[in-house]
Design a protein around this ligand. Structure first.
Ligand code: PGA
Length: 253
């Protein structure tokens, strides 16, 4: 079982063409060579970038993630990309359950459960996103929502498989809105998540789990967010699209 790690992961979403993506990956790789940083760094690129980005980064400094994978292993599923294909590029991670996938592509907890199993079976580390929408927070259902997202997609896993997963708490109302959760709101939810993991898998698994915060995380707020005892890093969208904005978040550790 892996020990708890500090992690800063970028999620490029549907940005950067292939040449731009390779250039960004190279620039980040160069920047990281000159620094000794205190966290793992991951970049989540579009599928078509994966193999090329893996080629240009030093795997000691940067891990590469897909942003999705299919819920089927192989076969006649036109347009889909399997977990095995992602792994064959050299990518080591896959972001699953992002709120944009849940909302726009109708990914249900059951579908996500299949994706998690296929990712693990192919040696990929899932970065599994959970988080409530604004109405759920306003009506006080946010804890319940986050717990049921974990229960429905992850809690059938045996402890040693669950131990491989990185969690990302991303309140949907904070994603791309410039509205960050306060450090206290993030810590409160992360502590709740860790407590739920303790109840399900015991204190050792819960203590080793990396729980990232995502949602308008940037150079100005990263230090305060990451200083919370249960916030083990960030999943960064907009601010991962340039080295100038991403590096200071990495250096917040
Ligand atoms: P944001 O996105 O940093 O642009 O808010 C975070 C995410 O969706 O992972």
């Amino acid at each position: 079982m892996s020990m708890r790690k500090n992690i800063v992961a970028g999620n490029w979403k549907m940005n950067k063409n292939l040449q731009e993506g390779i250039a960004l990956a190279k620039e980040l790789n160069e920047a990281l060579k000159e620094k000794s940083v205190h966290c793992d760094v991951i970049i989540g690129t579009p599928f078509i970038h994966l193999a090329s980005v893996v080629d240009v980064v030093d795997s000691n400094h940067i891990g590469v993630a897909a942003q999705n994978c299919a819920d089927k292993a192989a076969g006649a599923y036109t347009g889909e990309v399997s977990a095995a294909m992602v792994a064959s590029t050299g990518a080591k991670y896959v972001i699953l359950g992002h709120s944009e996938r849940r909302a726009y592509y109708h990914e249900t907890p059951e579908i996500l459960k299949e994706k998690v199993l296929l990712a693990l079976a192919n040696g990929l580390t899932p970065i599994f996103c959970i988080g409530e929408v604004l109405e759920e927070r306003v009506s006080g259902k946010h804890f319940e929502v986050v717990k049921s997202q974990m229960e429905a997609s992850l809690f059938d896993l045996p402890a040693n498989d669950f131990g491989k997963i990185i969690l990302a708490y991303e309140p949907v109302w904070a994603i791309g809105t410039g509205k960050t959760a306060t450090a206290a709101q993030a810590q409160e939810m992360h502590a709740f998540i860790r407590e739920a993991l303790t109840g399900k898998y015991g204190a050792a698994v819960a203590g080793n789990a990396s729980i990232l915060y995502g949602g308008s995380c940037n150079a100005a707020n990263a230090k305060e967010l990451f200083s919370n005892p249960d916030v083990d890093g960030g999943l960064i969208g907009g601010a991962s699209l340039s080295v100038d904005k991403f590096m200071p978040i990495i250096e917040a550790f």
